[in-house]
Design a binder for this molecule. Structure first.
Ligand code: ATP
Length: 366
């Protein structure tokens, strides 16, 4: 049985000066669950977060935490009455307060209760003994951990985070991200995290809400969103994609890579077949499909290497295909960096392709 949602947001709509920027946004987050709002700049992620926090007012829709209404058509509780924690990219510690005073800022109770909670939290974020320091004496990563301790101190049921790790360098970021998540999960906090980076969303989220133009276009576990995108843009948001075209006949589409199933598309429909560079296999000859070729591998098609880039853990190779002169991209283990002009055979995993009715624009890429 699904646990009751801690955060329940229903049908949020928001307009600024007559321009609708959020349409019918609904999401639920269970205790200890992380929901990532993911989407391109301007799609409405931060506005959603600000409405949940009570900093912005929705035009319609409701926000509830543990069944308690925080905002609806009549009611609009102020941010401080919502029991919701906030961490933004610019986490702004109070510079004139010590680390301990920063963490204690939102706490009520006796002095000793507060001191106990501050000590407990500083230990949890690995900053035991830092209480008397001033924020400027801390590194960026340490300051971020103080901000986390401060946001967690009053035990909010819901934590809202807007690109909270983007100010940190890569090396610090992974560690802090994982520690932060662990802490929030242990506390049973429902988390809404805004990001425009698909890798960050996949790494952190239990659920992703993919947004575009003020709407949630797809919602689900990262695995499902990546492997069963709702449309071409959703597929392309997570990686480069290749697009080949075809026409449906008898629920199948014939291509240079073999036949593809096109369920649900009537005969005569022009379709785009989308696949990621990771799902292209490369061989030196047409028959070289290894000892156990599967029917899913399809038919090999020849391409000439146009460009190959070494990316560290893999190489990205662009091919000009013989069958129609179009460019297709493939990633290969970085031990292999083919030279431009080399002829190679490509096969694609047909079970990893997505078939969508064609759009007028057929450019490849993000
Ligand atoms: P980013 O990733 O760039 O932060 P976002 O997805 O968080 O983008 P929002 O900040 O929610 O997007 O903005 C959504 C739309 O609403 C944008 O077109 C933005 O210009 C507009 N908008 C946001 N806040 C206001 C405001 N206070 N007044 C007018 N328009 C606003």
């Amino acid at each position: 049985m699904q646990p009751a949602p801690r955060l329940d947001v229903q049908n949020l709509t928001c307009a600024f000066a007559g321009r609708t920027v959020l349409r019918d946004v609904s999401l639920t987050v269970a205790p200890g669950e992380v929901m990532c709002l993911l989407g391109p700049s301007g799609c409405g992620k931060t506005t959603t977060l600000r409405i949940i926090a009570g900093i912005e007012r929705q035009s319609s829709g409701t926000v509830r935490v543990d069944g308690r209404t925080l905002a609806d058509g009549d009611l609009n509780l102020p941010p401080e009455a919502r029991g919701v924690g906030l961490i933004f990219q610019d986490f702004a510690l109070f510079p004139h307060l010590s680390v301990a005073q920063n963490v204690a800022f939102g706490l009520s109770g006796t002095r000793s209760d507060k001191a106990r909670r501050v000590d407990e939290l500083l230990a949890r974020v690995d900053l035991k003994g830092y209480g008397d320091k001033a924020p400027h004496m801390l590194s960026g990563g340490e300051q971020q951990r103080v901000a986390l301790a401060r946001a967690l101190a009053p035990r909010p049921g819901v934590m809202l985070m807007d690109e909270p790790f983007s100010g940190l360098d890569n090396r610090l970021r992974d560690g802090i991200r994982d520690e932060t998540l662990e802490l929030l999960k242990e506390e049973g906090t429902a988390v809404v995290l805004v990001t425009h980076e698909p890798e960050e969303a996949m790494r952190m989220a239990d659920q992703i809400a993919l947004m575009r133009g003020g709407r949630i276009v797809q919602q689900g576990a990262p695995y499902n969103i990546y492997n069963a995108p709702c449309d071409r843009d959703a597929a392309a948001f997570f990686s480069d994609v290749n697009v080949i075209s075809g026409t449906v006949k008898g629920a199948l589409t014939d291509t240079a890579f073999g036949q593809f199933l096109a369920p649900g598309h009537p005969d005569g429909t022009e379709v785009d077949i989308i696949f990621r560079p990771q799902h292209v296999k490369i061989d030196f000859d047409r028959g070289g499909r290894g000892p156990n070729p599967t029917p899913l591998d399809g038919v090999p098609a020849r391409g000439i290497v146009e460009r190959a880039r070494f990316m560290g853990h893999e190489s990205l190779v662009e091919f000009r295909m013989d069958f129609n002169n179009q460019i297709l991209k493939a990633t290969v283990p970085a031990v292999f960096l083919p030279k431009p002009g080399m002829a190679l055979w490509l096969t694609i995993r047909r079970d990893r392709c997505f078939v969508f009715a064609k759009r007028p624009d057929t450019t490849t890429g993000r």
